[in-house]
Write a protein that binds this ligand. Structure first.
Ligand SMILES: *[C@@H]1O[C@H](CO)[C@@H](O)[C@H](O)[C@H]1NC(C)=O
Ligand SMILES: *[C@@H]1O[C@H](CO)[C@@H](O)[C@H](O)[C@H]1NC(C)=O
Ligand SMILES: *[C@@H]1O[C@H](CO)[C@@H](O)[C@H](O)[C@H]1NC(C)=O
Length: 420
């Protein structure tokens, strides 16, 4: 909730005089920290106490379940959350990049990620990686060009919501097409994105090759390459390509099952049986080039919840694109921890950990992405498992009535409708 400073001060004074001199003194803070409401404190029932030292209430307000964990949380579970707001921006002439890697988030061994911005005409220079790359356009449109090892090529326009996948070693280039700028999110199937040899930029190779070798290789005079800049960033400001769609390879096009492009913006989402939202799975079943990095795009209605479930095939990387959520991650042995999420947050839930993701906002739709280092998205629904086990056995284990167990749904609900 954003409150204009003047209003905040007025509210503060009103509240302070209403609650008495003693309380006002206790909460006296510099003008900028004055708040309309009493700050959230770590008190649940008879447990906990007010924090006496100066406290960062803005962060507390975003993480109420860290300050006041549900009483069902327990044991020890390390941090599973990172916000791109904590990442170092790498500012470039045509945009920016910021990363989330395993040294930011220890559970992210199998994944690293990057937010990228390209101004109109800006070019993410030609490069390849020694790990697989998954990408989704989050704002605007970009032009993407790539050539495979057989000399087949593909040049495509990717619009907001569209996905690409580049197997390791496949060279590619990306250009921003939108007047107001374009952004895309990348996910790689290795947590150590900054390792040597991981990103291979073509201009870097050219300036580190003797001019005589370049001349011999390309069949031109040595003078041709004297103008290549000695240092080129990963992004350069340029002009929008006018010959983009007309490059025809004599070796053929990358299309159909060989395409690097999945037009998710044109594919309808599936309505969840639980009535709480919609989802789209993009994995090797409908996008065959994705050998690793299977994705589920999830839209959760206000108050609804991605049901209690787990994934048998690896850790889950998450990106919260819009809205507010909470999730409790349970890893067995009494260890469970609840996290709050909002725009720009990433998370990695451990392999096979039980969890849910709940939209905690009364009005906003939650949109988030689940990624797995696997060819397919697979999950187990807790409700379905209980419903398809002899009910008298489940009833004895959980000490609930057989009728209760019989009411459980035998089909996956995926996203369950509900209120906050
Ligand atoms: C394309 O891939 C799908 C899914 O893997 C497969 O069912 C289909 O037969 C493939 N089509 C061709 C033309 O290879
Ligand atoms: C949700 O919408 C209602 C009705 O418009 C509004 O009164 C309320 O403040 C909104 N809640 C939040 C948290 O934005
Ligand atoms: C099972 O539930 C009943 C109440 O229905 C309670 O009296 C009993 O203590 C519970 N059993 C266990 C083992 O917790």
């Amino acid at each position: 909730m954003k409150i204009p400073a003047v209003l905040a001060v007025t509210l503060y004074v009103a509240l302070a005089s209403a609650t008495g001199q003693e309380r006002r003194n206790k909460h006296l803070r510099p003008v900028l920290e004055r708040r309309a409401e009493a700050p959230l404190q770590p008190i649940v029932g008879t447990k906990g106490s007010e924090i006496l030292v100066p406290e960062n209430h803005a962060i507390d307000d975003q993480n109420p379940n860290s300050l006041k964990p549900p009483t069902t949380d327990g044991g020890l579970l390390g941090n599973l959350k990172w916000s791109f707001s904590h990442s170092m921006m790498k500012l470039q002439e045509g945009g920016f990049v910021r990363e989330q890697v395993v040294t930011d988030l220890p559970s992210s061994e199998d994944f690293s990620a990057a937010q990228n911005h390209l101004k109109k005409g800006a070019i993410r220079q030609m490069h390849w990686h020694d790990i697989n790359e998954w990408g989704i356009v989050t704002v605007g449109s970009v032009l993407v060009g790539a050539v495979d090892h057989q000399g087949k090529n593909q040049v495509f326009r990717a619009d907001k919501g569209d996905i690409w996948f580049f197997p390791k070693g496949e060279g590619h280039v990306i250009q921003g097409l939108s007047d107001a700028g374009a952004e895309y999110l990348l996910v790689f199937d290795n947590g150590d994105f900054d390792a040597k040899g991981r990103t291979l930029n073509v201009a870097d190779w050219v300036v580190h090759t003797p001019l005589s070798v370049l001349a011999k290789n390309f069949g031109v005079s040595q003078d041709v390459f004297k103008t290549v800049p000695k240092s080129v960033g990963s992004i350069i400001q340029g002009g929008v390509s006018d010959s983009s769609m007309s490059i025809l390879s004599p070796n053929g096009k990358l299309e159909g099952n060989s395409s690097y492009h999945f037009q998710a913006s044109k594919v309808p989402y599936t309505n969840a049986p639980g009535g709480g939202g919609r989802y789209l799975i993009v994995d090797s079943k409908n996008f065959p080039i994705t050998s690793t990095l299977a994705a589920q795009l999830v839209e959760v209605k206000p108050g609804a919840m991605r049901e209690l479930h787990w994934h048998p095939n690896g850790a889950e990387w998450l990106y919260f694109q819009s809205g507010h959520a909470r999730a409790t991650v349970w890893v067995g042995g009494g260890n469970a921890r609840t996290f709050d999420f909002q725009e720009g947050d990433t998370a990695v839930f451990p392999d096979n950990a039980g969890h849910y993701v709940e939209n905690t906002h009364p009005n906003e739709t939650l949109y988030y992405i689940e990624i797995f280092k696997a060819p397919k998205v697979l999950d187990f629904s807790l409700q379905q498992w209980l419903a398809l086990t002899p009910p008298d056995i489940v009833a004895q284990i959980l000490n609930v009535s057989v009728e209760t167990v019989k009411s459980f749904k035998t089909n996956k609900q995926v996203i369950i409708a509900g209120n906050v």
